[in-house]
Design a protein around this ligand. Structure first.
Ligand code: PMP
Length: 349
């Protein structure tokens, strides 16, 4: 057997660790259990799993299309938005072509690009924020796809409408811009645009969302894309693993979009946002540097001290996500979990 040499060069995707008895603030999950109504629908759907799922997720696609007032041909459901990211790379970039993204950003981008055989152009963040002007300048004739993660994982920072509009105008029409809005529901700054509102103005834009974060369905793997150009959603169909979105996941997503469930879920988001602002303010008060977060996590750019600091948190029963040499990302949990983290952070200061 001879594996592709690329595999030996890949950074590994590091999932957040689960440690018995410790608080896990490492994977940007919601601390809330699923709504009883959603669990009931999951149970109901489980009685049908002797059959394959609807490969096109027609009902969920129709509900999402109505939610965003677009035709169903603009929407594609996927097995988590990370699967849609992968499908986009596969649909757009050939072996000698390029995928661009900011760095540091979502750690899956370099992996999915390399596995697909595409090369990566990583454009450094500027003061922890996407440098969209530099990204537009670095587009070459080989650049096929640009990920813009807004808010950015792991820094939590977000780009404004003006910056993003200038970027979309500067990028050539044949380069696809994928706006990864996995954390969109947590955005409170009115200057940060809702990507869906930009679709009518930008034919090469595709917006990615997920049910994993605000909607609390991380364990079921379901996300979606809305593209300005239906040719792109057709390409996402071609690159999808058959039956990738399970019957149970489709049912849970549909149940979560029902008005009462969605209201409850978004009320939980508002609680997380209040906690985020409290955690951020407390950390700043302790003297930590914390860029303004628009997501359900905060970023501490601790540089060389990161690994030791994260180990110190773990010793105090709090698992955070450390990016060695760069910083630590801490997910906002319940008020009690956040208190435990803040106590650890105070001791480690
Ligand atoms: N995009 C970003 C920026 C993320 O942080 C994540 C989850 N870590 C995803 C996409 C993927 O989410 P999922 O596959 O669960 O929908």
């Amino acid at each position: 057997m001879r594996l592709r040499p690329t595999l030996a060069t890949l950074p590994s995707y590091v999932p957040g660790r689960t440690v018995p008895g410790a608080v896990k603030l490492a994977s940007n999950e919601t601390p809330y259990p699923p709504l009883p109504h959603v669990v009931a629908r999951i149970t109901e759907a489980a009685s049908e799993i002797n059959r394959y799922p609807d490969n096109s997720a027609a009902e969920l696609t129709a509900v999402l299309a109505a939610k965003y007032a677009v035709g169903v041909e603009h929407v594609r459901v996927g097995c988590g938005s990370v699967s849609l990211c992968t499908q986009l790379v596969q649909a757009l970039a050939d072996a000698d072509e390029q995928v661009m993204y900011a760095w540091r950003s979502f750690e899956a981008y370099p992996i999915i690009s390399a596995v697909s055989g595409a090369s990566s152009i990583q454009v450094p963040l500027r003061e922890q924020v996407h440098d969209l002007d530099a990204m537009a300048e670095q587009v070459t004739g080989k650049t096929k796809l640009i990920f813009v993660c807004n808010p950015n994982n792991p820094t939590g920072t977000a780009v404004t409408r003006d910056a993003l509009m200038r970027f979309l105008r500067a990028v050539p029409d044949d380069v696809v811009v994928a706006l990864d809005e996995a954390y969109r529901e947590f955005v409170t700054d009115p200057d940060v645009p809702d990507g869906m509102s930009l679709l009518p103005e930008s034919g090469n834009l595709i917006v990615l969302r997920t049910f994993s974060k605000a909607y609390g369905l991380a364990g079921l793997r379901v996300g979606y894309a809305v593209a300005a150009d239906p040719a792109l959603t057709a390409a996402l169909r071609q690159t999808q693993v058959p039956f990738a979105v399970t019957t149970v996941a489709q049912a849970a997503a549909l149940a979560s979009l029902e008005p009462r469930a969605e209201r409850e879920l978004l009320a939980r988001v508002a609680d997380i946002v209040r906690e985020r602002d409290r955690v951020q303010a407390t950390l700043l008060g302790l003297g930590y540097e914390v860029p303004a977060s628009q997501a359900n996590f905060v970023w501490l750019p601790l540089g060389a001290a990161t690994t030791d600091w994260a180990a110190g948190c773990a010793e105090r029963g709090v698992i955070v996500r450390a990016f060695a040499g760069a910083g630590a990302r801490v997910t906002i949990g319940s008020a009690e979990e956040n208190d435990r983290f803040l106590a650890a952070a105070a001791e480690l200061r």
